[in-house]
Design a protein around this ligand. Structure first.
Ligand SMILES: O=C(CO)[C@@H](O)[C@H](O)[C@H](O)[C@H](O)COP(=O)(O)O
Ligand SMILES: [Zn+2]
Length: 195
């Protein structure tokens, strides 16, 4: 395997995923941006969660909103459920790994908040359980997924499904879409000069 050719092929696969996503994710993105705007305007918050690379995405996106993305200004209410090792280990140890996000949703989610689950397969049980909990509490169960959307279909509204079966390509689109979401929210709720 020639690494340079391999990298070139990865770029091509990425570009194909971008092109396919451009045609399909727009409507759900608009719905997600409107839901997040409404929630933040009403004193609500956005709660991100996912496993592995998606855990990193959750933390990354929460930081953009709480701290800054492109403009300085007021803090926007967001958090990631992937960061508190005491909660994560106690919940896994005493209950089940499947409960690590749902338990935090039960503790923290208020009606009108947006719970944004990130799962490339759409089938991670801990993500699904948290989305169900969010719905039961009057929150908005939103999703970023891939493949065929998995079990997030029918559970999430809105649900953004990246049209790819390759986990890495799906994740690359998730962070692009997540950055775009932060940008829209910042332009609306933290307008200012980009620095
Ligand atoms: O980052 C990667 C692969 O690129 C992995 O860490 C990946 O996120 C993990 O295998 C996750 O457990 C996959 O879960 P999900 O996206 O299917 O919900
Ligand atoms: Zn990864």
């Amino acid at each position: 395997m020639d690494p340079r050719q391999f990298l070139a092929d990865q770029f091509i696969e990425h570009e194909q995923t971008v092109a396919a996503s451009k045609d399909s994710v727009g409507p759900a993105f608009v719905t997600l941006a409107e839901a997040c705007t409404r929630s933040l305007n009403q004193g609500g918050k956005i709660v991100f969660f996912g496993n592995g690379g998606s855990a990193a995405d959750a933390q990354h996106l929460a930081a953009e909103l709480v701290v800054r993305y492109r403009t300085n200004g007021r803090a926007l209410a967001a958090l990631a459920l992937t960061t508190d090792t005491s909660i994560l280990t106690a919940c896994s140890n005493d209950f089940s790994y499947d409960d690590i996000f749902a338990r935090q949703i039960e503790a923290l989610l208020r009606p009108g908040d947006v719970a944004l689950g990130i799962s490339t397969s759409g089938n991670s049980p801990n993500v699904l359980k948290a989305l169900e909990a969010a719905r039961g509490l009057g929150g908005i169960a939103a999703g970023l997924s891939g493949r065929d959307g998995g079990k997030m279909v029918g559970l999430c509204d809105p649900l953004i499904v990246v049209p790819s079966t390759v986990t890495a390509r799906i994740q690359e689109m998730h962070i692009l879409i997540g950055h775009a979401l932060c940008d829209v929210l910042e332009q609306r709720l933290r307008p200012g000069v980009s620095v």
